[in-house]
Design a protein around this ligand. Structure first.
Ligand code: G4P
Length: 524
């Protein structure tokens, strides 16, 4: 096997999808701890990265700070190389969060045992489902009072359509976490706490008899429930998992590092390595082809003094070597990759070589945009990255009309980078474009950059819409007349119908079923 295919086979590239506070940062730390990237938990994400507010973000931006600049954490585990691609969350939830999912081969759905499936998790799940990404579910915080385990399985199956196939089953109800029954061999993994969860929790593996003697009824209940699961066909089946029909489930306490080693083993054993990737024509590009990659995220304005711009690419085929001159398929221009980095949290490290599945941050990437394909030798274009359904809309106006040119340039740049979608409505005209975003913090980021980077201060007027559907020129006039609706166009010509709420959308759909109103990916 060549280097590219051989190295690809060892790679597991995944993202964690979750709702804020489910424990993603804690889990990330715990994973890094298990893989010996760090000595003690707490080193990856500082406290400041949590629940960041806009002003924090601006400060973070200046300090080249935390979660926003995170991209991918790479570490070796067993025979594998694991890439954990960060999904921006909290206040910085944006289209980037969705776009990251185009760069991974698997996802870990992290669920808070007390809360079940929450909105942000469901939105991210919808994107994974659309892409057919296999999902491993981790029920976190089992050390705290929470929902009933069987009830949680029902919720997963009803709301995601995936059949949960627990690999482990908790011994003790939520809040009384004794350990887990390993359904694969019937053994018991006893849960032990370490001081503050700061070191790897030692897992004592015991036989069923020893477990019964130690845990009594809690063990008997776990065995009975596990048998019940077996009878309902909730056993792991690798093919069904890879096909996106089932989801293996693990029970964990990330803060105590419990269940984290098993998650890593599960990722290495079950999650798929990078595969041949179809190009824009649907033709699969072999892992062994010359180097190719696509840009899934661009970050600019992190340091206005330097006009720094980082583009993150996922390697799809071949071997990447720093210093390579690659071609950008978007404009056939060469791009020199002199500065290639691995970025996670505050840390940036120069990358010399990367393989399919790896994420590389390219510095000075002024010429690169989201969705661009990069290659050497054999031309290739990967499919464009879908734009996702925005949920917040605001009219942008330049404060000082003499700055109109700078305003236009800034708007075009931000739209090109994918920071915001810029829509035009016939009603409002070109001079008052409508900014559309997935997370409202993008408005503030846009305003900040317009003022400081382009010298054109903008005022924003929020619009009452919260829902978008794709439509066409035929349906547009009728939709525009409906109450609580407006039609706008995207720069690519696509028409979007905006609605204040799902009721006005439903009313229109019921009264005029002939109208084209197609859901956009995610955020449904
Ligand atoms: P996020 O990145 O998904 O937003 O979540 P984060 O890891 O920041 O965790 C949110 C809160 O949940 C934190 O508490 C964290 O300690 C706690 N947590 C995470 N995993 C577990 C777990 O397995 N069990 C329990 N009991 N708690 C967990 P916090 O109060 O916000 O912060 P801290 O004071 O604990 O650091």
């Amino acid at each position: 096997m060549s280097t590219a295919a051989g190295e690809a086979a060892r790679r597991r590239t995944f993202a964690v999808i979750s709702h804020p506070d489910a424990g993603k940062s804690t889990l990330t730390e715990a994973l890094a701890l298990h893989a010996h990237v760090i000595g003690r938990a707490g080193a990856v994400h500082g406290k400041a990265g949590r629940g960041a507010t806009v002003s924090d973000w601006m400060d973070m931006e200046k300090a080249r700070g935390i979660s926003i600049t995170s991209a991918a954490l790479q570490f070796a585990y067993r025979e594998a190389v694991v890439n954990l691609v960060d999904t921006p969350g909290h206040a910085d939830f944006s289209e980037d969060t969705y776009r990251v999912l185009t760069a991974v081969d698997a996802a870990v759905m992290l669920v808070d045992a007390a809360k079940g499936l929450e909105t942000q998790t469901m939105k991210l799940f919808a994107v994974c489902k659309h892409r057919g990404i296999p999902i491993i579910t981790v029920v976190n915080k089992w050390d705290r009072p929470g929902l009933d385990a069987l009830g949680l399985m029902d919720e997963i199956s009803e709301r995601t359509g995936l059949t949960p196939t627990p690999l482990t089953w908790p011994v003790g109800i939520a809040g009384d976490f004794r350990g887990v029954l390993d359904r694969r061999d019937g053994s018991y993994r006893h849960f032990t706490r370490t001081a503050g969860g700061a070191t790897i929790a030692p897992e004592r593996v015991m036989t069923a008899d020893a477990a019964l003697a130690q845990e009594g009824d809690a063990w008997t209940t776990a065995v009975e429930e596990a048998e019940l699961l077996g009878e309902t066909g909730a056993d792991h089946d690798q093919e069904l998992f890879l096909a996106g029909a089932t989801t293996p489930v693990l029970f964990a306490s990330a803060v105590s590092n419990f269940g984290v080693g098993l998650l890593l083993d599960t990722l290495v054993d079950l999650a798929p390595p990078p595969a041949d990737r179809p190009d824009a024509d649907g033709k699969p590009r072999a892992l062994d082809d010359p180097f190719s990659a696509f840009v899934f995220k661009v970050q600019a304005g992190m340091d206005t003094g330097h006009r720094d711009r980082l583009a993150y690419m996922r390697v799809c085929t071949g071997v990447f070597e720093r210093g390579m001159v690659v071609t950008n398929a978007a404009n056939n221009r060469p791009f020199a990759t002199k500065y290639a980095q691995q970025v996670f949290g505050r840390d940036r490290e120069t990358i010399e070589t990367a393989y399919p599945g790896d994420v590389v941050g390219l510095v000075n990437a002024q010429a690169l945009g989201v969705g661009d394909t990069l290659y050497t030798d054999v031309p290739v274009v990967y499919p464009p990255i879908t734009t996702f359904a925005p949920e917040h809309f605001a009219v942008a106006r330049v404060a000082d009309t003499s700055k109109y040119k700078a305003f236009r340039k800034g708007m075009d740049t931000l739209a090109g980078e994918g920071v915001v979608q810029v829509l035009v409505s016939e009603r409002r005209g070109d001079g008052a474009p409508v900014l559309a975003v997935v997370g409202p913090m993008q408005f503030e980021v846009a305003q900040h950059r317009m003022e400081h980077e382009f010298g054109a201060k903008v005022s924003l007027e929020n619009l009452p819409y919260s829902l978008a559907r794709a439509t066409d020129a035929e349906s547009a006039p009728e939709i525009a007349k409906a109450r609580g609706a407006e039609v706008m166009s995207r720069p690519d010509g696509e028409l979007l119908a905006l609605f204040t709420d799902k009721w006005s959308l439903r009313a229109l759909q019921q009264n005029k079923p002939h109208l084209t109103l197609t859901p956009l990916v995610a955020a449904e």
